[in-house]
Design a protein around this ligand. Structure first.
Ligand code: SF4
Length: 386
């Protein structure tokens, strides 16, 4: 274990409630339905260069993030984002409207309508006081593709129709397009009424592990599908971002004439696109070794980081075995990959890392005191010996 215990905040930054980090404010944009029009995307890219560090990050819940914003510029940035229709009227609404939607929807289809209805219902539900990270997923394509993404309440499809699921429950409630949103909000109230958030914190999966789902949740769940990694889909081209980050200039170019959909997979879906040209920070090939590495912001961007991470990730990526992805973490918190990974490097000092095999960033190491120079010189340290 690292000697330094990382701080757990229990909430995620938003645009209206940004989080201070090592390089300024982190401003996270929760774009309605996870989609930015061409004009919105190009304006956000411009704002990132004007008020942020000129880079855009994609979060694990498909939110777009700017970093390096000063407190002085924050109000100007928010006014500009509000003019673009990308920010709610207040921080409580922004936090509550935590809806992730499968990116493979079509204009006017059931998924699209449910996404709009649920977002509107959560915006209006001022009596609903949910924990900061509590979220909803609308995963109503032919088969679910968002099961690996954190969400507390899910709307999916089984062989009979729509089903509402409390996260980690093995059965759900049969619903229709007309009842799904109302029942989703009822399930959120059930979570609160049954002690799911003592002291304002808590997740559905913990409550379900403790007492199971409501008794009416008897429907079987659908089987999850393999999601496309990158490449052509019926909705457009899915392109990867190097470690979930892209220069704002590349983002703007990608958005020329096209809307961008945000995904939780460090990838953007470029609507209607095919055969996109390479751009800095963009990954077009599904076998690119950088896709095998998860890495967090690291130093100096994160105040909790004990070491820089990104350049080391870039240098080690070609040596990471295809079947053993690497998680490189600036501290034991493991933000970039909270679950266990085949290989994890956790910074324990300014230039020292622990190597953990088949574990989380905070688990006991197989090797200690590895420097970045050691790892660059002998990347087989990752896989050889004990
Ligand atoms: S895991 Fe990385 S981003 Fe998260 S707190 Fe630690 S250093 Fe910061």
């Amino acid at each position: 274990m690292s000697e330094v215990a990382p701080k757990v905040y229990g909430w995620c930054p938003g645009a209206l409630r940004p989080m201070m980090s090592g390089d300024g404010l982190v401003v996270r944009i929760r774009a309605p339905l996870g989609r930015l029009t061409s004009d919105q995307a190009q304006a956000v890219a411009d704002l990132s260069q004007r008020y942020g560090n000129g880079l855009l990050d994609l979060s694990a819940r498909a939110n777009l993030q700017m970093r390096g914003v000063s407190e002085k510029d924050h109000p100007i940035l928010i006014a500009a984002l509000q003019d673009l229709g990308l920010v709610d009227t207040d921080a409580a609404t922004e936090a509550r409207r935590n809806v992730l939607i499968t990116p493979f929807w079509n204009q006017g289809d059931e998924t699209h309508k449910l996404g709009q209805q649920l977002s509107n219902a959560l915006t209006a539900a001022t009596d609903l006081s949910l924990p900061g990270k509590f979220g909803f997923a609308i995963d109503t394509g032919p088969s679910p593709v968002l099961r690996d993404t954190a969400a507390d309440i899910r709307i999916e499809r089984n062989s009979d129709g729509l089903v509402l699921i409390a996260d980690r429950a093995e059965t759900g409630l049969p619903v229709t397009a007309a009842t799904a949103v109302k029942e989703a909000l009822s399930l959120a109230h059930w979570f609160l009424a049954h002690g799911g958030a003592p002291d304002g914190r808590g997740r559905m999966k913990t409550l379900i592990a403790r007492r199971g789902p409501p008794s009416a949740h008897v429907a079987n769940l659908g089987s999850p599908a393999e999601r496309p990694i990158l490449g052509q889909t019926a909705t457009g081209q899915l392109v990867g971002l190097e470690f979930g980050q892209i220069p704002a200039t590349s983002y703007a170019q990608l958005a020329t004439h096209r809307a961008l959909r945000l995904t939780p997979w460090r990838a953007l879906l470029v609507e209607g696109a095919s055969n996109l040209a390479p751009l800095p920070g963009l990954i077009l090939d599904a076998t690119d070794p950088r896709l095998r590495v998860s890495v967090c912001t690291g130093a100096p961007g994160c105040t909790q980081a004990l070491s820089p991470t990104r350049q080391l990730a870039r240098d080690l990526a070609p040596h990471v075995p295809a079947k053993s992805p690497l998680h490189l973490s600036g501290c034991a918190k493991g933000c970039a990959h909270p679950a266990a990974a085949p290989l994890t490097l956790t910074a324990t000092g300014a230039d020292t890392f622990n190597l953990i095999r088949n574990g989380k960033a905070s688990d006991p190491p197989a090797k200690t005191h590895l420097s970045a120079a050691d790892l660059r010189a002998s990347p087989d340290l990752l896989t050889k010996g004990s």
